[in-house]
Design a protein around this ligand. Structure first.
Ligand code: GCW
Length: 655
């Protein structure tokens, strides 16, 4: 059944000439003796055979020519970057040479070859060289030990802690294949809001089973650690990072992990954020806390320390807090510490400017944290392809020596996973594309969204060129449509409290001021928007001068950040000649018509996509059409209750 379980690894049978060509070749993975017992190579060969068998489909009819795939996986010619590969015509023979410095490179090369073949490429002309742009390409699971996934919209957790270590769900292997196919090489298996008992020996045994299963796929396992574990499970009176007993406890804990999992990746820590314990509870800094753990793991692993911190005590602007706490610590973090920074300064909104910490800590390794699961973009029911959003951040010029992609290149990218127990893994077929895109962009941030959308659509849905064209267009326009009907022109955080699904811009009276949508839109009778310039919170000053200069003037700022940085009169004239109010309403209406266009385009694809998935997507689009209107109508009704303005001429009727 086409229920989406196979993700982009469907290897749907080729047709026509592409099939003739592949079926006419008798493929031989040629593995040198010293590699035959290498589990990663075994995985690569098995995938190659599975993929090609499936691409050819029915039994072979054509006469066959021998075609070797020469595995040359200890070859430094490709450059020493782990995971790099080259695929080229075998000199003096019919076949391909797959060259890599390590087994991982051969595995990635195998998946790249299969991708090319799935796209209909003639194997005899495949010619590829590739190396990952950054060492860490991770998924962070916000999965709890009881099976609930925080911000998960695809069912229960895929990790079966109850039955591990004895029982390993076959799904763990398919999960590893999917990750390896897009270059993901690190997985944090539990929520950053961590339970300390997940550091106990009974869990370490479960991690060992998973790590052993994933190792051949080049995936290292990481665990989120609760900072107060020395007290929670260790019987100590304090978790002060400078206390010798605390340090010894973590050292012993790390040793325990490494005895079971020799290539254990390390710990991910959310500290002093949203009620989590941390070093500041003892008047110590983030650096004190991170460095203590870094010492415990030593050169065996990495501490990934999150910069997502804010508290109600900062009344001026929550968006400023991370920069304020972390930037003064630049240069104080140990070499094996990475600071993980969300793409924007607030919290995974449909659009935010890039986080000002990028570029501001030249002596610290920074990693980009993105959210694949769509907490603020309509969960798994709205279609929003996120590659354009991530590229927007990766390509942003920090004004301090490079783009965000360049700043994070020495460390990596993490995506908060959107996987769950649903048959289709991600809660909807199109959400699989976001998992795919995260891996592809972490491997190569210069890949265009269009390329990613197309190659995903071909592998996932169909090779019919018109259909691919249509699907790619739907995907490429989708995120902007969500921005338009939810939070246009730089607005943010207008979602209902807690669950974050649907609009609630009218909520103004929550105890935590920075949880109120009113805190973010600051709308009143005269205008709307958050003044983050010098006359307001001055969050703008956290950016490099060249960037701040571009955004300081409401007349010249990129329109999509207007209300993020400025409070603007409803009647102010925009470049279009329209007032802000008119333009805002137009954005909502445009968002709706874009969703309608997606639904219509999809209806036209009934013949090109299998009925099961066609219907599933169509049903989600119907939900999205209704909810885009809900967002638009609720928002407009609320803004009008403040500004008393009539509906602009030509706009759809008022709610
Ligand atoms: O996006 C917010 C979420 C929380 C999450 C937090 C974080 C894991 O609403 O559910 O907690 O961010 O990133 O720590």
């Amino acid at each position: 059944a086409e229920d989406g379980y196979d993700l982009w690894l469907r290897y749907a049978p080729l047709e026509g000439e592409a099939r003739e060509i592949l079926a006419g070749l008798s493929l031989h993975p040629d593995v040198p003796d010293e590699l035959v017992s290498d589990p990663t190579i075994a995985v690569a060969v098995a995938e190659l055979e599975r993929g090609i068998g499936s691409l050819i489909g029915e039994s072979r009819t054509t006469p066959q020519t021998r075609f070797d795939i020469d595995f040359d996986c200890r070859n430094e010619d490709v450059g020493g970057i782990p995971g790099a590969y080259r695929i080229a015509r075998l000199s003096g023979g019919d076949g391909l040479a797959l060259t890599a410095p390590d087994s991982g490179g051969c595995l990635y090369g195998t998946f790249a070859l299969l991708r090319e073949l799935s796209l209909g490429q003639d194997p005899r002309v495949v010619d590829l060289v590739s190396a990952p742009a950054m060492p860490l390409r991770m998924l962070n699971h916000w999965d709890n030990p009881d099976g609930h996934v925080e911000r998960g919209y695809a069912g229960r957790s895929i990790f079966d802690w109850w039955h591990l270590p004895e029982r390993l769900d076959e799904r763990m292997i398919d999960y590893a294949r999917a990750n390896a196919s897009i270059g993901i090489n690190g997985v944090v298996v539990n929520n950053v809001n961590a339970r300390a008992f997940m550091l106990e020996p009974r869990y370490i045994a479960k991690y060992k089973r998973l790590a052993d299963a994933w190792r051949p796929f080049g995936i290292r396992l990481y665990v989120s650690a609760r900072f107060s574990a020395p007290q929670d499970i260790g019987g100590l009176e304090t978790s002060d990072p400078l206390d010798p007993a605390v340090r010894a406890w973590w050292k012993a804990k790390a040793d325990e992990f490494y005895r079971a999992v020799p290539d254990f990746g390390g710990f991910l820590v959310k500290a002093n954020s949203e009620g989590q314990p941390g070093p500041q509870d003892y008047d110590r800094t983030h650096a004190d806390g991170a460095n203590m753990l870094a010492e415990a793991v030593g050169n065996r692993g990495t501490i990934i320390w999150r910069a997502f911190v804010y508290s109600e005590t900062d009344e001026t602007d929550r968006a400023k807090q991370a920069y304020a706490e972390f930037v003064p610590l630049d240069g104080q973090f140990a070499d094996n510490v990475i600071i993980q920074v969300k793409n924007g300064p607030l919290d995974f909104q449909p659009r935010e400017p890039f986080h000002p910490m990028f570029g501001a800590m030249p002596n610290t390794k920074l990693m980009l944290e993105t959210q694949i699961t769509k907490e603020y973009l309509g969960f798994a029911s709205h279609l929003a392809f996120l590659a354009p959003m991530w590229s927007e951040v990766l390509e942003a010029e920090t004004g301090r020596g490079g783009t965000v992609a360049e700043v994070v290149a020495p460390a990596g990218i993490a995506g908060v996973a959107n996987t769950g127990s649903d048959r289709n893994w991600s809660g909807s077929d199109f959400d699989q594309a976001n998992w795919y895109a995260l891996g592809r962009l972490a491997w190569d941030p210069s890949l265009s969204s269009e390329r990613i959308a197309r190659e995903w659509a071909v592998q996932t849905f169909t090779r019919n060129p018109q259909a691919v064209e249509t699907i790619a267009k739907m995907m490429l326009d989708s995120r902007e449509a969500v921005v338009r009907y939810m939070t246009p022109l730089g607005l943010a955080h207008l979602m209902a409290t807690g669950h974050h699904y649907g609009p609630a811009p009218w909520v103004c009276d929550l105890d935590r001021p920075e949880w109120n949508p009113c805190y973010y839109h600051r709308a009143d009778a005269d205008g709307i928007g958050f003044d983050r310039t010098a006359s307001g919170s001055n969050a703008l000053s956290q950016y490099a001068d060249s960037v701040a200069a571009r955004w300081a003037d409401p007349q010249t700022i990129d329109r999509e950040y207007l209300l993020w940085f400025h409070h603007v009169d409803w009647n102010a004239r925009m470049h279009s000649g329209q007032t802000l109010w008119e333009e805002l309403v137009r954005e909502y209406d445009r968002g709706i018509s874009e969703v309608d266009a997606m639904a219509e385009a999809w209806n036209g694809l009934a013949a090109a996509v299998d009925p099961q998935r066609h219907r599933a997507v169509a049903e989600n689009l119907a939900i999205q059409q209704g909810e885009a209107r809900w967002w638009r109508n609720a928002s407009i009704a609320y803004w009008r209750s403040l500004n008393g303005l009539p509906m602009p001429e030509g706009a759809a009727p008022p709610p």
